[in-house]
Design a protein around this ligand. Structure first.
Ligand code: URA
Length: 431
């Protein structure tokens, strides 16, 4: 077998078998095939597609390129959640403690943010002392003891995806449903959970710009999951607007804490209830949505989920006193965006808000950039809230002086209308 035959086969719209897929995945992962041949093959895949068998084989082969986590020594159904990347997306920080406080098992590996989207690991690392890189043994021990741990993905987990994704990013071959589905599913399945909830973000701030494409991706991932005996649940959610009121790192942790203390912002809380109830039902803890919502109410009102969060932070070395103190988040500079008329606010183009947050220092342009944990954005008003002319609607924060010209960039991110506009956070649930 050689790589040229495989490229020719895909160029001629033929189906690749497992051996051929595994040949290019393992050899490329071990630097035995050059980038130019794999980018040629990837382009043939983008143009001529793959069927479900091929995408499943690609998923399996990418998983086999590195280590996997074996969670089988932990009793019960282990649940995990993955978001395709959003702005202000601190769901895991709230969802995980809720699941654990209700008796479920939340064992999650997360990634870092890049570009306009944030990452759970960066948010957790804004907490002094918090360690996201534990040994597998420690991770499993914490999950067994407390029902929750969130750690970072290490480089030896699905290394083939890391290499292939970097090449796709620079060769115009990201945009292929089978390639995206295999890339996401390989990383999720390698981390060992039994049930995986996928939050596919849809809209300008997301990878999938429209619902039709998001649904297509969802169905591919559900089918791959079925073939690999994993239960996949999907929510397609609106990313035209950021989630909650905070975009950044420390400030998102603060918003997560407020939500765990039952003081969350409505659009964020709605998503939290929906995602948590799916996982509680799949964990066989709640019989139906009504029962799940009651359980979630209980752990939020009685701060049981908040206590779980504090327990997780403490167990992973984080300074729990500091994050509960008033001046933990203390940005030196801020700048206000003021309403130029009265009416109802409508937020949009969350990608721009994500890019501005990144420019303020809350995100990375390149993997090597250092994050400013004080930097970020606070939405002083949310969609369909009434604003008066002269009121602050958005506040920007940074440790560095903020150039006032940045405000011009934010004008496409909101409208002030005479009436509220229709708005929905959860677009569809699929399983
Ligand atoms: N996220 C991934 O992990 N992989 C893709 O291919 C696209 C988004």
């Amino acid at each position: 077998m050689n790589i040229i035959e495989i490229i020719e086969k895909k160029k001629n719209k033929k189906k690749l078998n497992f051996k051929e897929i595994d040949f290019f995945v393992q050899n490329y992962s071990q630097n035995k095939i050059p980038d130019y041949q794999i980018s040629s093959l990837l382009m043939a895949i983008v143009i001529n597609g793959m069927d479900l068998d091929e995408a499943t084989n690609l998923t399996k082969s990418m998983i086999a390129s590195g280590k996997t986590i074996d969670l089988s020594s932990i009793k019960g159904l282990k649940v995990d959640k993955h978001s395709t990347g959003g702005v202000g997306d601190k769901v895991s920080l709230v969802l995980g403690p809720i699941i654990a406080a209700c008796g479920g098992i939340f064992a999650k590996m997360s990634g870092r943010g890049l570009g306009h989207t944030g990452g759970t690991i960066d948010k957790l690392e804004s907490i002094d002392g918090f360690s996201c890189f534990l040994s597998d043994e420690k991770f499993i021990e914490l999950v067994k003891k407390t029902n929750i741990s969130i750690i970072g993905q290490t480089d030896d987990l699905v290394p083939a995806d890391k290499k292939i994704y970097a090449l796709r990013d620079t060769s115009g071959t990201v945009n292929s449903i089978p390639l995206i589905a295999a890339s996401i599913m390989s990383k999720k399945i390698a981390t060992g959970a039994d049930v995986i909830l996928l939050d596919i973000k849809c809209g300008s701030g997301a990878f999938m710009k429209n619902q039709k494409e998001a649904e297509k991706l969802a169905n591919w991932m559900i089918q791959i999951g079925k073939k690999m005996k994993k239960k996949i649940k999907v929510e397609i959610t609106n990313m035209e607007q950021p989630l909650g009121k905070m975009i950044g790192n420390k400030n998102e942790v603060i918003e997560a804490i407020n939500t765990l203390q039952n003081k969350g912002e409505k659009n964020f809380v709605d998503l939290i209830y929906s995602s948590s109830s799916i996982l509680l039902i799949e964990s066989k803890i709640a019989k139906n949505e009504k029962e799940a919502y009651k359980m979630i109410d209980n752990v939020l009102k009685n701060e049981l989920a908040f206590k779980k969060f504090i327990e997780m932070v403490k167990n992973q070395g984080g300074d729990v006193d500091k994050i509960q103190s008033k001046n933990w988040w203390n940005p030196k500079y801020s700048l206000d965006v003021i309403a130029n008329k009265s009416g109802y606010l409508y937020l949009k183009n969350s990608m721009i808000l994500g890019l501005v947050a990144m420019e303020l220092g809350a995100g990375r342009k390149t993997k090597e950039d250092k994050i400013d944990n004080e930097a970020g954005i606070e939405l002083k008003k949310v969609t369909n809230e009434k604003v008066e002319e002269g009121e602050v609607i958005i506040k920007l924060y940074s440790s560095k002086k903020i150039n006032p010209n940045i405000i011009d960039k934010l004008s496409p991110t909101f409208e002030i209308n005479p009436n509220p506009k229709k708005h929905k956070i959860i677009l569809k649930k699929i399983s």
